[in-house]
Design a protein around this ligand. Structure first.
Ligand code: UT7
Length: 323
């Protein structure tokens, strides 16, 4: 059978680091509150000339370099983003053009913070169906551009950035020892829309709008939804938390990550945490965390890795893979 294996990982961050103390000068907040409630110490904020497309392009180039592949080896690009450069065309096609890729196809996927997990599962299905051999899967966001910088309950939480992977079809034995994606689970429930949404859009207000979140409400659902899809992936394969080498969760809040890992029985030393440096970068958070753990040598060949995310919609999902 065909499995989709990650053969390259890359990341890109804006130049400007915004610390909690810089935020103290903008809104009524404190470093102590932000660190204690979220674990965030700093985030990267896009400046002039830095956009979802420019960050996504840079991350994609790094992933190609890491895979030692040229763009000619790629058949498709899927970009997960909720902050595209334009309402249309898809930012994925702008990245395609920046990469000098004139073949294949590219499109965006929009599942907010779960976007990268949704895009990865989408690419996996294209590869397993034989429609493409290699895909670039990118999560790129500039949430700083949809934040209300007067709302302290949201503006301290988010940051900008991009991460990307090259996914490659490999013929495999069809066992749980294979390299590549072994199981995945996607979910959404639109009844929760008002808990996390943007109050603008082309078809309603004709504006971009600002992000609104009932943080405590989202928190209440997050741990249960995350553990549900993670357990589903374990059940599909007969593997368990004990078999995992790395848990790479969506980086929204260290308290949510810790609570989910604890409930799943995943040891703290197996959890990749980057929320302190990046803040919540929505669809970029999981590939940015993957890139950090890959760069510092934590992710080894053969390692069993669980990715998960939960966010606006609500959407949530998990992917179990072997490096
Ligand atoms: O990625 C998509 C998914 N999103 C998430 O997973 C986010 C989920 N939610 C959270 O991470 C947390 O709910 C937050 C970090 C957003 C908030 O933490 P909390 O422990 O749930 O705090 P809270 O909203 O209950 O607010 C506690 C207090 C309030 O004051 P009162 O009403 O108790 O007097 C807020 O006004 O903290 C106050 N507060 C702040 N104080 C200082 C809210 N924001 C701030 C702030 N600085 N930035």
């Amino acid at each position: 059978m065909i499995r989709s294996a990650i053969c390259g990982i890359g990341a890109a961050l804006p130049r400007h680091v915004m610390t909690n103390s810089e935020l103290e000068t903008k809104v009524d907040t404190s470093d102590a509150w932000i660190v204690q409630r979220t674990g965030i110490r700093q985030r990267y904020i896009a400046g002039k000339g830095e956009t979802t497309v420019s960050l996504g392009t840079a991350a994609a180039q790094k992933a190609l370099e890491n895979a030692r592949l040229g763009v000619d080896a790629i058949d498709m690009i899927i970009l997960a983003t909720s902050t595209p450069d334009h309402t249309f065309p898809a930012s994925a096609t702008e990245i395609q053009s920046n990469l000098g890729m004139n073949h294949g196809f590219a499109f965006d996927v929009q599942a907010v913070c779960s976007g990268f997990v949704f895009a990865l599962v989408t690419a996996d299905n294209y590869l397993r169906a034989g429609m493409a051999r290699r895909a670039l899967v990118i999560g790129a966001e500039t949430f700083s551009r949809i934040l209300d910088w007067h709302d302290r309950s949201t503006c301290v939480l988010f940051g900008d950035g991009a991460g990307a992977v090259v996914l490659e079809a490999r013929s495999s034995k069809g066992t749980i020892n294979d390299t590549g994606i072994l199981a995945s689970c996607l979910r959404s429930d639109g009844r929760h829309m008002e808990k996390l949404y943007v109050d603008g859009g082309p078809s309603t207000t004709r504006t971009v709008g600002h992000l609104h979140m009932q943080g405590r409400e989202v928190f209440k659902y997050a741990v249960g939804m995350i553990t549900d899809v993670v357990d589903n992936c374990f059940a599909q394969t007969g593997l368990s938390a004990r078999d995992l080498n790395w848990f790479v969760p969506h980086q929204a809040n260290k308290r949510i990550i810790d609570a989910a890992a604890h409930k799943l029985g995943i040891a703290p030393e197996k959890v990749v945490i980057t929320v302190g440096e990046h803040g919540n970068t929505s669809a970029a958070s999981v590939p940015l965390a993957l890139a950090a753990a890959s760069r510092d040598g934590r992710l080894k060949k053969g390692d069993l890795i669980m990715l998960e995310a939960m966010g606006g919609g609500f959407t949530w999902g998990a992917v179990l893979l072997r490096r």
